[in-house]
Design a protein around this ligand. Structure first.
Ligand code: ATP
Length: 309
């Protein structure tokens, strides 16, 4: 079966400025992909090309096995998009907005779906109020519901939670999880790395060109050796020398009363470290596998990592 999203050498220029260059990546059906990158990296431009809002300057993209160029209407029927600005009709109510867009997209029998999404997003109570009276988060929710009206198989969400309060952002994240559970493919752009880590099966890091791609786990493995944290009751300088001498241990740092050991293989190194330290009289409180946060990985990919933190 074809991939949900596939690009090959995708490039977009705006005059002299190349916003996206030679981007090749693929997304399986049913996956959630987070597109990360600094401001101006080209994320929105990629989303707009995939959703057929703008054309590529060169290269190709396919969505659900259909090439975007020349099939814009066909693709628009099968994808939903949340753009950076909700773009709602301010004088109309939430329900009228959704009814209006449903008519525009020629979607029929939407009453049930509108009710379902407005209830799910906690807006049912306000369904008849003009959108002009809504907060930023409420408008964002209406825009999310609008993107779902035609039951799209693929969803593009451009910064779905940016600028929203914790509770509202959380309800949008819950909806994203639900949509993934329904087997839809989601591509979201975000500056929130915790969110990317929590929601995404794959991460694509873009900075005009592709910088890295993989699951958070793969990226971590590719860029960092595993690290074990050994908490001791009392730190003595000799413990780090002893740990350094254990086979497979590449580096040892100390933090308060913990040894931070970079190792080739934690499963092999942990028992040996524990045995050697205990035999020498160290009192061990805990041993943990330490995973560097996605932020560290992201900064390293972009060449902005600071090894001293
Ligand atoms: P942010 O995280 O700040 O939203 P982004 O990664 O989404 O950024 P884009 O909005 O895709 O980045 O912009 C990429 C580059 O393309 C920027 O240099 C931007 O100025 C330029 N650009 C985007 N749209 C246009 C346009 N319509 N006309 C001219 N330049 C554009």
């Amino acid at each position: 079966m074809s991939l949900a999203i596939e690009t090959d050498g995708l490039t977009r220029r705006f005059g002299e400025n190349t916003a996206v260059e030679d981007l090749t990546f693929g997304v399986d059906r049913g996956q959630v992909v987070a597109l990360l990158g600094p401001n101006g990296a080209g994320k929105t431009t990629v989303v707009r090309m995939l959703a057929c809002l703008i054309a590529p300057s060169s290269g190709k993209a396919s969505v659900l096995g259909v090439e975007t160029t020349g099939n814009e209407n066909r693709i628009r029927q099968r994808v939903g998009i949340l753009t950076e600005r909700p773009g709602l009709l301010e004088r109309l109510s939430a329900i009228q907005n959704l009814q209006f867009f449903a008519r525009l997209y020629q979607v029929e029998d939407v009453a049930k779906r509108i009710e379902e999404y407005l209830r799910l997003l906690g807006l049912w109570e306000w369904r008849d109020s003009p959108v002009a009276t809504f907060s930023k988060g409420m408008k964002q929710k209406v825009a999310v519901a609008r993107a779902l009206l035609h039951d799209p198989e693929v969803l593009f969400l451009d910064e779905p939670t940016t600028g929203l309060d914790v509770v509202t952002a959380r309800s949008i994240r819950k909806l994203i999880e639900r949509l993934r559970g329904e087997g839809r493919t989601l591509l979201l752009t975000t500056h929130n790395l915790d969110e990317a880590e929590r929601l995404a099966d794959r991460i694509v890091v873009l900075d005009r060109t592709l910088q890295a791609e993989g699951s958070p786990r793969e990226l971590r493995r590719r860029l960092f050796l595993p690290r074990l944290r050994i908490d001791l009751l009392k730190m003595e300088p000799r413990w780090s020398d002893l740990a350094r001498a254990v086979e497979g241990v590449r580096a040892v740092e100390t933090a308060d009363s913990a040894l931070l050991c970079t190792v080739a293989d934690p499963e092999k190194a942990a028992p040996q470290l524990v045995a050697r330290l205990a035999a020498a009289g160290a009192r061990i409180r805990a041993v943990k596998d330490e995973r560097p946060p996605l932020e560290e990985i992201y900064l390293k990919i972009l060449g902005k990592g600071d090894p001293e933190g």
